[in-house]
Design a protein around this ligand. Structure first.
Ligand code: ATP
Length: 372
């Protein structure tokens, strides 16, 4: 995987003699021991890479070290140990002037409570990052207006912040970040202060924008549902450490430990799972080519359930076909009992023989399905 942003063995210790504290941690001291000496190990040995265009979510409870980690990524905090590189440049080695330059042009932050300037118009607020960069007024207003339109605020450019709802104000914050053309967006609990419906709306909007903008995004949240909705990959933090990094499906289906598993208990699995994540790949071949409806690997779980209810046998999951090199291949099957098992929180057992198909056709099938 090519990487845009890379964190290598990052540590951040607050308190006396931080370097000694890092050494003690490396030798096995735990966070509580250090705390007794008045030292806080906020981030411990964090390593990850973020690919271009990826939304990388860092998820964890309050105090787990998320914000400290994020502040090291843009150089606001200097790591006690470890390295951050962006596009191959070691941010930890830059002097203050170079760092300010990178922060102004390449990296944008979107905070939870966006401090809009009350006596500036929405347009001027959105253009603020460009003003800091010294972009001439006409150009910065044009770019601010474009960013506001992208965020659904066309027509509000001349309004004052207090004329906007909380959700709209947060959009101005997002527009400010987008207007600068920065490639890396660091979003710290950016939607956490919003009402649930508006929050969902903002999540949708971010995903929609991302389809065309393809920014590299690190998004901090304490909400696992938000993490799963937004994240191409998710890092779960606990007590300063990243305990698991993976896709939503990895976290849900293969939690690294009981702690991660306890987080996923309340997740609505049907929103996350797809045919690919629940199918049985030990394909038997007797569900393939009978002419019944099939799923593809990306078919969402809810559609899969509806499909399963319409069939008298397991759902065949078929890949390939149009635009993918022609041949359609059976890649897995989903027996109904398996769906029930996944909803209950663990892969189901197949239980019982598949029911033979009651529609005409060759129910024995082959693993390769010829195109109709
Ligand atoms: N400047 C600081 N000085 C001392 N300790 C700090 C400082 N900043 C953070 N900490 C401590 O580091 C730990 C991690 O804090 P951090 O704010 O990174 O966690 P978080 O996961 O972002 O939590 P929250 O969601 O509540 O902001 C906490 O124990 C916090 O008290």
């Amino acid at each position: 995987m090519s990487s845009r942003l890379q964190a290598e063995h990052l540590y951040k210790v607050f308190g006396r003699r931080p370097d000694d504290a890092v050494e003690r941690i490396r030798k096995g001291a735990d966070r509580e021991e250090l705390r007794e000496d008045g030292v806080t190990a906020a981030v411990i040995d964090a390593s990850f890479s973020v690919a271009p265009g990826e939304i990388f979510v860092v998820m964890g409870l309050s105090g787990s070290g998320k914000s400290t980690l994020l502040r090291m990524l843009n150089g606001l905090l200097e790591p006690t140990s470890g390295r951050v590189s962006f596009d191959g440049r070691d941010l930890t080695a830059l002097d203050d002037r170079e760092l300010r330059e990178v922060r102004a042009r390449k990296i944008s932050m979107v905070f939870q409570h966006f401090a809009l300037f009350p006596h500036r118009s929405v347009r001027e607020n959105a253009a603020y990052g460009l003003e800091v960069q010294g972009v001439p007024r006409a150009e910065r207003e044009r770019r601010a207006d474009e960013a506001l339109a992208l965020c659904g605020l066309a027509g509000w450019e001349s309004s004052w912040p207090d004329e906007l709802s909380g959700g709209m104000q947060q959009r101005v914050g997002l527009a400010r970040a987008l207007a600068t053309d920065a490639d890396l967006l660091l979003m710290d609990e950016s939607f956490s202060a919003l009402d649930p419906l508006i929050r969902r709306d903002m999540q949708d909007q971010l995903l929609e924008l991302q389809k065309t903008l393809k920014k590299t995004i690190v998004f901090i949240t304490h909400d696992l549902n938000e993490a799963m909705r937004l994240g191409d990959r998710i890092a779960v933090m606990r007590d300063g450490r990243i305990v698991q990094t993976g896709t939503a499906e990895d976290i849900l289906l293969r939690p690294a430990d009981d702690y991660v598993a306890s987080f996923t208990k309340d997740v609505d699995r049907s929103r996350v799972l797809t045919a690919e994540s629940v199918m049985d790949t030990e394909v038997r071949g007797d569900e393939a080519d009978c002419g019944c409806e099939t799923a593809d690997p990306a078919t969402p779980f809810t559609q899969l359930c509806a499909l399963s209810a319409r069939l008298s046998h397991p759902v065949a999951v078929v890949a390939g076909g149009e635009g993918e090199g022609g041949e359609r291949r059976l890649v897995g099957v989903v027996p109904r009992q398996r769906l029930v098992g996944f909803l209950g929180g663990r892969p189901g057992t197949e239980g019982g023989e598949p029911v033979p198909c009651d529609r005409p056709g060759d129910a024995r099938g082959e693993k390769v399905i010829s195109r109709a």
